[in-house]
Design a protein around this ligand. Structure first.
Ligand SMILES: [Fe+2]
Length: 237
């Protein structure tokens, strides 16, 4: 299995996974702003995009999934109860998509949003904003459809996963080294909390520190309706 993280700018991460034999590829959490870069990477590596997957409805960027679907004819994969339009393949808990030699297994992991899921391969797990690396803890629960108590209760989904899997998060500060789930079990503060009250206090403090999400009023409607707005403030500048 080939694997790469593609974004060099910003905090959002996009993962490219491909089958070495058939050259079929999947992009996980692609960002609209970088779509030309992804197309170049696919072409230079001789890959055919079979799937564009979103771990959840993103509030901080416009997904490239529906644009990739329109331009390349790939499948757009999301959790089955997502409110997003334009999705072509809905997946359920424990469901598998086999892309030749690469197997993706999906696990519902709500809390950051109600449609959040983990995407597991034999070697990596894409966690979206359900789990970050080490001190990053987990994603915030105060954005649309986020619920603190749901996130806390859902953390036990990680018990299904083996420790050797490399945790590939939706965000992390630039330069953060990816770590295994086993490492995170020892070093991620949220995975070492024992009470809901402790987690709730952590979430409230972290969310207050982060403040408002600057792109949310453009990104959420775009992602829900699968439409690129006429004006994208951060690209128009
Ligand atoms: Fe998110």
């Amino acid at each position: 299995m080939g694997f790469a993280q593609l974004n060099t700018a910003g905090w959002a991460k996009t993962y490219l996974v491909w089958d070495e034999g058939s050259k079929k590829a999947t992009l996980i959490d692609p960002v609209f702003d970088f779509i030309e870069h992804y197309l170049e990477v696919l072409e230079s590596r001789g890959l055919t995009l079979a799937y564009a997957m979103a771990t959840h409805t993103h509030a901080d960027h416009i997904t490239a999934c529906f644009t990739l679907k329109e331009r390349l004819g790939c499948e757009y994969v999301m959790w089955h109860s997502t409110a997003c339009l334009g999705v072509t393949t809905y997946v359920d808990d424990g469901e598998v998509i086999q892309m030749d030699g690469v197997r993706f297994r999906f696990h519902h992991a709500p809390g950051h949003t109600n449609d959040s899921m983990l995407i597991e391969t034999d070697t990596h797990v894409m966690t979206g904003d359900f789990l970050f690396t080490g001190e990053g803890g987990v994603g915030r629960d105060d954005l649309p459809s986020g619920r603190i108590h749901v996130h806390w209760a859902a953390l036990n989904v990680l018990d299904r996963l083996e420790g050797h899997l490399v945790v590939c998060t939706g965000h992390d500060p630039p330069g953060t080294e990816m770590q295994s789930l086993e490492w995170n079990r020892s070093n991620n503060p949220v995975l070492n909390m024992s009470t809901y009250e402790e987690y709730e206090a952590w979430q409230i403090e972290v969310s207050a520190g982060l403040g408002s999400v600057s792109k949310i009023k453009t990104a959420v409607p775009a992602n829900l309706f699968a439409e690129i707005p006429e004006h994208i403030p951060w690209l128009d500048e």
